[in-house]
Design a protein around this ligand. Structure first.
Ligand code: MG
Length: 164
């Protein structure tokens, strides 16, 4: 039962605590604001969700298995390196990214002004036309930890097609 012509979809999710700080990385862009993220790496929830979506689409595990936060080598690492490493895995070699779509859920900081730069960064990272990159942001309507600006989360889906 070969599925060489089938497409694959991958789903990713990540959440990190927010704390008072001087800015943090989101979608590969440095946000200047009065928050920081509590994280072992640079804590970029968008890139972590996208990393997991790539891994999930190819059955290649998850970010916790691939880049354990117990491992000192990952301390403070820029998260685009996780995406680049996963894109270079043998499991990913038969596949090309068709498009990706991201939801960012954050009460604070406000993200509208930053979405275009994230989209440009992600298009370059994944070598996609900007029209194939979706970056959406929403508040949590004041509800729960995200609504209290104690956390920030991201969801991602990625569609893969076989290289020919
Ligand atoms: Mg994470």
């Amino acid at each position: 039962m070969g599925d060489a012509n089938a497409m694959r979809v991958g789903l990713g999710y990540d959440i990190h605590r927010l704390e008072p700080g001087h800015g943090f990385m989101l979608g590969g862009v440095r946000l200047a604001c009065s928050y920081g993220v509590v994280a072992h790496s640079d804590g970029d929830v968008v890139l972590h969700a996208l990393t997991d979506a790539l891994l999930g689409a190819t059955g290649a595990g998850d970010i916790g298995e691939r880049f354990p936060d117990k491992d000192q080598r990952h301390r403070g690492r820029p998260s685009h390196e996780f995406v680049r490493e996963v894109l270079a895995l043998p499991e990913l070699m038969p596949w090309r990214v068709v498009n990706l779509d991201v939801n960012i859920i954050a009460q604070q900081p406000r993200l509208d002004a930053h979405k275009p730069a994230m989209r440009v960064f992600l298009a370059e990272l994944f070598r996609l036309m900007p029209a194939r990159v979706g970056v959406k942001a929403r508040s949590n309507e004041g509800l729960d930890a995200i609504g209290a600006a104690e956390a920030i989360a991201a969801q991602a889906v990625i569609l893969l097609e076989p290289k020919r």
